[in-house]
Design a protein around this ligand. Structure first.
Ligand code: PLP
Length: 395
């Protein structure tokens, strides 16, 4: 068979991209503007937890419309400290379909994760699945805005009021998301964002906690600094979870680009949906009407019968096209070595298991071009057209 433009690379065709298209890439400010911003730090010698961190906290607080915002070294440390200072005990309801750090923050506080299933369309925790997971010892719900899609914040908060539970959100993907006019960052007892390089707002490493509670904000300021109120007479065992000024400088410049980047990603995601919607067996995350996702990731659920190939086969064949993919989130938390012992009875999380087995995240980043998104779609089209041959080749 002579290869044509439509021949998959795995079968001897030319890869869609000459060099690997990464799954994600941080959108950074121009280097010169970053280095210019460093000069005052060198002069003052104040290189951690100082004026730029305060400025970043204030600008983030204003952007989110939150009462308080406390910057930290990471989302994980923000979650650990928030859960600790909210004084939680016993069980916490958490989706299994999320990143490991969500549950790690519980484990570091001696809290037991009770894994809940997620909605099959929005892929996030909703009130119904959270309700099913509540035990006698449940003291909180930890929701996640997976891939930037707001979880059922209103439903979860009504449930929390009814059952007297605290609500914390792992909002690592959520900076820039909205429920109606209200931004993610204004819900629950605390929302914790991440600014690591795979997220939309990038500080290299960093996080912020948005909270309506002044007392929690005060505690977090001590907690990120060993529990020291400023007198060296530590009130409790804190962490070193400060944000440095170098990170705050990058975060401030990144925050300026955030709205534009959320819009760009939403446009790229819409293009993906349009292009890939023509192929059978691919479904996308449902964003409820009136909500705005950040499109932190663009993931597809692959029906092997209809598409002709399994998720793992598609991942391998796209690799040959020089298209990088990731299996977010596989394995789900309840099947991870670290959390298997907390797994509910087999078959209790059918939606999570289904998603996790069939989902594949495709390249998406804020400065990715429309041509690149079209290229990815073309790659998937090739695979579908030659599904039986590709499957045979991968045997
Ligand atoms: C990235 C991520 C985290 C961890 O954030 P860090 O800032 O790296 O600590 C937590 N939860 C989710 C869902 C994430 O994607």
């Amino acid at each position: 068979m002579t290869p044509t433009r439509d021949t998959p690379a795995l079968l001897g065709g030319r890869p869609v991209f000459p060099r690997v298209l990464p799954i994600t890439k941080p959108t950074l400010p121009p280097l010169a503007s970053y280095t210019r911003g460093l000069a005052p730090l060198w002069e003052s010698g104040l290189i951690t937890n100082s004026t730029l961190v305060k400025k970043f906290e204030e600008e983030s607080r204003a952007y989110l419309g939150a009462n308080h915002a406390v910057a930290l070294a990471s989302c994980t440390s923000g979650l650990i400290l928030s859960l600790k200072r909210l004084g939680l005990r016993g069980d916490v309801v958490v989706p299994s379909f999320t990143f490991s750090a969500t549950a790690h923050a519980l484990a570091w506080n001696g809290l037991r994760p009770v894994f809940a299933d997620c909605d099959p369309h929005t892929w996030v925790l909703d009130a119904q699945h959270a309700r099913e997971a509540i035990t006698r010892d449940t003291t909180a719900i930890l929701g996640v805005h997976t891939f930037g899609n707001p979880c059922d914040v209103l439903g979860l908060e009504a449930l929390a009021r009814e059952r007297n539970l605290k609500v914390v959100y792992d909002s690592a993907h959520g900076m820039g998301a909205r429920v109606g006019k209200r931004r993610i960052g204004t819900f629950g007892d605390a929302e914790v964002f991440s600014f690591s390089p795979t997220k939309l707002l990038v500080a290299a490493e960093g996080g912020i906690v948005a909270t309506p509670h002044e007392s929690l904000a005060k505690d977090l300021r001590k907690g990120r600094n060993y529990g020291d109120p400023g007198t060296y007479d530590c009130e409790w065992a804190g962490l070193n979870a400060r944000m440095s000024e170098l990170h705050a400088l990058l975060a401030l410049q990144s925050l300026k680009m955030l709205e534009k980047n959320v819009e760009r990603r939403n446009r790229l995601a819409a293009l993906y949906r349009k292009e890939l919607g023509k192929l059978p067996g691919l479904t996308f995350q449902k964003i409820l009407l009136g909500n705005r996702s950040t499109c932190k990731d663009f993931s597809v659920v692959i029906d092997p019968q209809k598409f002709g190939l399994t998720r793992d086969q598609v991942a391998k064949a796209l690799d040959a096209e020089h298209i990088m993919t990731r299996k977010y989130f596989f394995p789900p938390l309840h099947r991870m070595t670290a959390y298997r012992h907390h797994a509910p009875p087999e078959g209790s999380l059918p939606e999570t298991d289904h998603l996790s087995r069939n989902i594949l995240s495709l390249p998406l980043y804020s400065h990715m071009t429309e041509a690149q998104a079209r290229g990815v779609a073309a790659g998937l089209r090739k695979l579908h057209h030659h599904a039986p041959q590709v499957a045979a080749k991968l045997q």
